[in-house]
Every structure is written in structure tokens, then in C-alpha cells.
Design a protein around this ligand. Structure first.
Ligand code: ADP
Ligand code: TRP
Length: 330
């Protein structure tokens, strides 16, 4: 039996190249070595997205993105969190084994406290219980499916530590029922730079969306910040935001070849940007077609998610039966 990896995807907006290179591509690569579980964490997004149409649209967007980029629903599991009622049952059970102090220390909650305090806002009315107990739901996501590894960005490492801790507490009382997970941090794609060289992020408004049409993509790439060097001057590829993105899509030979053209001089920023555009088009063009097909055929996504939920619930019912028996609630 191969180890199990589990990836939760929050449907919070239009995915960008930072999400693709930092999260989606590495997570999709795991099929080579793991039994994979991918799911859309829609109820986690509910802590901030509280409009039905926006939520629905984001769920379809994120599902279409992952499917277009190569997620195979026949392999492993792919479902939507809200379709698995056992997760919420387990979340409650686990919350009864979680010290409240852990939640006080959770990063997302602490950040929200700090922001509200800075604005002089009333914490007790401004922070919802969903945000406070967010990690308990994530514990259930992870422990329900016996995940061995959880690929996450650094910001999520603490949450996986909580899941480890609660699994151990639970097992100590009731026997080896839950699998103790580990986080899997992809260091090399930790910070994908955006248009201005800072970390690509929706909150910095410096993103390149994954499925832009060629015209919009050209416009976006045109906005990548470069310096004032003339065409003739030799340039340092490692100090260039265009090259930083290029290299993440290029083969080693392609990267080496463009790097030597930078160093030789005679390559202008416009040329470098055209190279990046061509490479992105080649890497993502076919996926863009699949993406727009799925976006206009949401019934296909519905079917895939329903199939995924059915498969996932075989496992979640099994785990929950063991947990219920251990707790004595049957
Ligand atoms: P944003 O900052 O745009 O809101 P999210 O927080 O929704 O992005 O990110 C979702 C996932 O994508 C996370 O796992 C995060 O680690 C990864 N990610 C986002 N931006 C980047 C980036 N610039 N470089 C590497 N990974 C990123
Ligand atoms: N909290 C994660 C994020 O903000 C999403 C998530 C929810 C998740 N449940 C998970 C990630 C379980 C990994 C495992 O990106």
C-alpha cells in the first residue's frame, strides 16, 4: 500500500500562477508516489465568503482549474468537503479533545485579532466562531482519510501540527485509530514572484491568472517590472522577474539558453517577455481549453464531484464507525 497524501483547496477566487507553481503543480505530482486525496474546502471558505453565488462560482472555478490541469478523478479521491457529513461529525468529536489554548495560538485567528485590534474593532463581535475553530475542521479533513502526508505552504504547517497532536491524544485514550499525519513543505516553490517581484498574491494585486487569453496574458506580462537597462546591455537573469517565471516553466536547456542570451546583451525586456508568453502559452494553452469547456459545462463538474463524494464516503463512514465505537456513542 502506498502512503496517502491529502490536499485541501480553499475556493477563494481565481487561481494565479503562484497557486499553480506553489501548490497545484506539486500536489498533482504526488500521484507518482502516493494514493492521493484532493478536496475542495468549501466550508472553510465560509469563514470569509458569505455570498451564495460567489461561493458556487468559486467552487466551480477551482474544480475546473484542477481538473483542467490534470487531476484525474478516477485516480484517488476528489470531492467537496461539504458533501461529506462525517467530516463535520468528526470535527465536533475532535474539538472535544482540543485545548482551547491551541485555537488561541492559531495563526489565522491571531492575525485576525491583531488586525481588529489595530482598527480598534470589537473582537467578540467581529471574529466568527468558524474562524476560531477553523483548525478543528481541518483536523477532521486530515484524520478522516488516514492521511500520511499533507502538502501545504509554510503558513499551514501549524494546522497540520494541531492535527498530529489531536490524533495522538485521541489514540492515547482509545487505541491506534487515527493516523498521525506529517506536513510536506515544498521549499523550492515557496515564493513565486508576482508582477512587482513581491510574492504573487491576490492581496498584493500582482497576480497573473492561470487561464488568461493570449491578449490579456500579453498585457499582464507587459506589466512585469524590469529595470531601465538598454537592449544592448548584458543582463543578469537571476535578478529578473521575467526570468524567474520563465525558469519555472522551462526545461533546463531552455532556461540555460535564455540565460546566456541575457548575459550576451542584445536581448531587450520585450524579447524576454515574448519568450515568457510563448512558453506559458505552450504550457497552459491546452489546459485553458479544458478549463473553459468545464466552466461552461458545470453539469460535468457536478457529476465528477458527486462520484467523488460517493467514493470518499465509503472511507469516511468506515473511519466514523471506528470513532463512534471508541467514543461509545452507538
Ligand atoms: P493568495 O495569497 O493569492 O490569496 P492563497 O492564499 O489562496 O493565495 O494560496 C493558496 C495556495 O497557493 C497556498 O497553498 C499557497 O501556499 C500557494 N501560493 C499562493 N501564492 C503563492 C506564491 N506566490 N508562491 C508560492 N505559493 C503560493
Ligand atoms: N486551510 C487550508 C488553506 O487555507 C485549506 C485546507 C482546509 C486544507 N482543510 C485542509 C489543507 C486539509 C490541507 C489539509 O489553504
Amino acid at each position: 500500500m502506498r502512503p496517502i497524501s491529502l490536499t485541501g483547496i480553499k475556493p477563494t477566487g481565481t487561481p494565479h500562477l503562484g497557486n499553480y507553481l506553489g501548490a497545484i503543480r506539486p500536489a498533482l505530482d504526488l500521484v507518482k508516489n502516493y494514493e492521493t486525496v484532493y478536496f475542495i474546502a468549501d466550508y472553510h471558505a465560509l469563514t470569509t465568503i458569505q455570498d451564495g453565488n460567489t461561493m458556487r462560482d468559486n467552487i466551480y472555478k477551482v474544480a475546473a482549474t484542477w481538473l483542467a490541469l490534470g487531476l484525474n478523478p478516477e485516480e484517488g479521491l476528489f470531492y467537496k468537503q461539504s458533501d461529506i457529513p462525517e467530516i463535520f461529525e468528526l470535527s465536533w468529536a475532535l474539538s472535544c479533545f482540543t485545548p482551547k489554548g491551541f485555537m488561541n495560538r492559531a495563526h489565522a485567528y491571531k492575525d485576525s485579532v491583531a488586525k481588529n485590534e489595530a482598527k480598534g474593532e470589537d473582537l467578540d463581535s467581529n471574529i466568527n466562531m468558524g474562524l476560531f475553530s477553523y483548525p478543528c475542521l481541518m483536523d477532521a479533513d486530515i484524520l478522516m482519510f488516514n492521511a500520511n502526508v499533507v502538502p501545504v505552504g509554510k503558513d499551514q504547517k501549524q494546522h497540520v501540527e494541531f492535527a498530529r497532536d489531536v490524533a495522538m491524544r485521541f489514540n492515547k485514550k482509545f487505541g491506534e485509530i487515527l493516523t498521525v499525519p506529517e506536513s510536506l513543505i515544498q521549499e523550492e516553490t515557496d515564493v513565486i514572484p508576482g508582477l512587482d517581484g513581491r510574492k504573487m498574491s491576490k492581496s498584493y494585486d500582482n497576480t497573473i491568472e492561470i487561464f488568461l487569453d493570449p491578449k490579456s496574458l500579453k498585457k499582464k506580462i507587459g506589466k512585469i517590472v524590469t529595470n531601465a537597462q538598454s537592449i544592448e546591455e548584458p543582463k543578469d537573469p537571476e535578478a529578473c522577474n521575467v526570468f524567474a517565471l520563465y525558469k519555472l516553466f522551462a526545461s533546463p536547456e531552455q532556461a540555460a539558453s535564455l540565460a546566456s542570451r541575457y548575459r550576451a546583451g542584445g536581448l531587450g525586456w520585450g524579447h524576454a517577455k515574448a519568450e515568457l508568453q510563448a512558453l506559458l502559452e505552450e504550457a497552459l494553452g491546452p489546459a485553458r481549453e479544458r478549463y473553459f469547456h468545464l466552466r461552461s459545462h458545470t453539469e460535468e463538474i457536478d457529476k465528477i464531484l458527486a462520484y467523488g463524494a460517493e467514493k470518499a464516503r465509503v472511507k469516511s463512514k468506515e473511519t466514523m464507525a471506528l470513532v463512534r465505537q471508541a467514543l461509545g456513542v452507538f
